[in-house]
Design a protein around this ligand. Structure first.
Ligand SMILES: Cc1cc2nc3c(=O)[nH]c(=O)nc-3n(C[C@H](O)[C@H](O)[C@H](O)COP(=O)(O)O)c2cc1C
Length: 329
């Protein structure tokens, strides 16, 4: 006898909710999920219609965001007490089909996995200066291990010379973005209740050593003198991968999210400064001069935020479908 199920399975809902809390470029949420059978498997797809065409022409950042969502799915499966069985890029002809996750052996989640699962909802992006409390060296070492466990490298920039060099690349990309009318318009479209809410980007973007995105055009109204920039920059780091293909972007997203969740579990949040990675010549310079030839995937600052602000997600009914997939690209 076959039983017809109209509603998604409980596990699929749990996984889709967890996946949706992942970070994405300007909260574009470029993903959708498919429940296979009734809680038999779970697919992660890129929703290429939500890619930002000017800043992300080849979809690298879109896939990183989906990789972060995939890590959340893996952690959510662990919380249910199963080992996730992950098949990466299962249908090579379908570029947007990024991963299939099945339910493997029943094994209780570890203490560390429980910690990561609890922080899925607590992690948020921070913009502007961090508070004065330092990030301990022991935690940085753990964060490097978290990235390494996924096959990526978290390069923490400890010398001020490398930080200055990276800041020059970020600030140069950000200056170019601010006078590029098309890119500025693409960014402005992402501001609002369905993208990056106005409340989370009220800090002036030029207060720290690495310029932030000027979501609200604040730099046109007030400039911050060079000598008063820098306090609260926090720890500067670059997440890199040995290669730079689609599978590496997916790997980078999982490593990123694992680092972010572990950090959030210890009261540390991240701010992102990916502007130079969106301009090929600056990304190449960064790779040569800062990351010793490894491919830079994310530029981030880490620190303890003075306040935490959350950003809304689309309802799960908009991102979860049941097979067969109605809108595969
Ligand atoms: C690939 C990628 C690039 C991002 N680049 C930036 C950035 O340059 N500036 C920024 O403020 N946030 C950046 N973000 C963070 C998103 O804006 C943030 O994840 C999204 O608004 C959702 O908010 P939340 O992380 O607080 O949940 C980036 C996120 C990803 C995954």
């Amino acid at each position: 006898m076959t039983v017809a199920h109209e509603d998604p399975g409980r596990a699929a809902l749990h996984l889709a909710r967890a996946a949706s809390f992942a970070p994405s470029p300007h909260n574009s949420q470029p993903w959708f999920f498919v429940e296979e059978g009734h809680d038999q498997g779970f697919e992660v797809h890129a929703d290429t219609k939500r890619r930002m065409p000017l800043t992300d022409p080849n979809g690298r950042e879109m896939v990183i965001a989906c990789g972060a969502a995939l890590l959340n799915v893996r952690i959510a499966v662990r919380r249910l007490g199963f080992q996730p069985v992950v098949d990466i890029l299962p249908e090579p002809a379908e570029q947007g089909f990024l991963a299939r996750v099945g339910f493997g052996a029943h094994v209780a989640a570890t203490v560390e996995e429980e910690l990561l699962a609890r922080t899925v909802r607590q992690r948020h992006t921070h913009r502007g200066p961090f508070g004065p409390e330092a990030v301990p060296e022991g935690l940085l070492s753990d964060l490097r291990d978290q990235a390494r466990a996924e096959g990526a490298t978290l390069q923490v920039l400890d010398g001020s010379e490398k930080v200055r060099l990276l800041a020059r690349l970020v600030n140069s990309a950000e200056r170019a973005d601010r006078v590029d009318l098309w890119r500025a318009e693409e960014l402005a479209h992402r501001v609002g209740p369905d993208g990056v809410p106005v409340e989370v980007c009220r800090a002036h973007p030029d207060l720290t050593l690495l310029a932030g995105r000027d979501y609200l055009g604040l730099s046109r109204r007030r400039t911050v003198p060079e000598h008063s920039r820098g306090a609260g920059t926090g720890i500067v780091a670059v997440l890199c991968t040995p290669y730079d293909h689609r599978a590496d972007w997916l790997l980078a997203g999982q490593a990123l999210q694992r680092v972010l969740l572990y950090a959030a579990g210890h009261g540390v949040m991240a701010g992102f400064h990916t502007q130079p990675l969106e301009r090929p010549h600056l990304r190449e310079e960064l790779r040569r001069e800062v990351t010793a030839g490894r491919h830079p995937q994310m530029v981030l600052r880490l620190g303890r935020p003075p306040q935490i602000r959350s950003t809304r997600r689309r309802p799960v009914s908009e991102v979860l479908t049941r097979g067969p997939v109605p809108f595969r690209q």
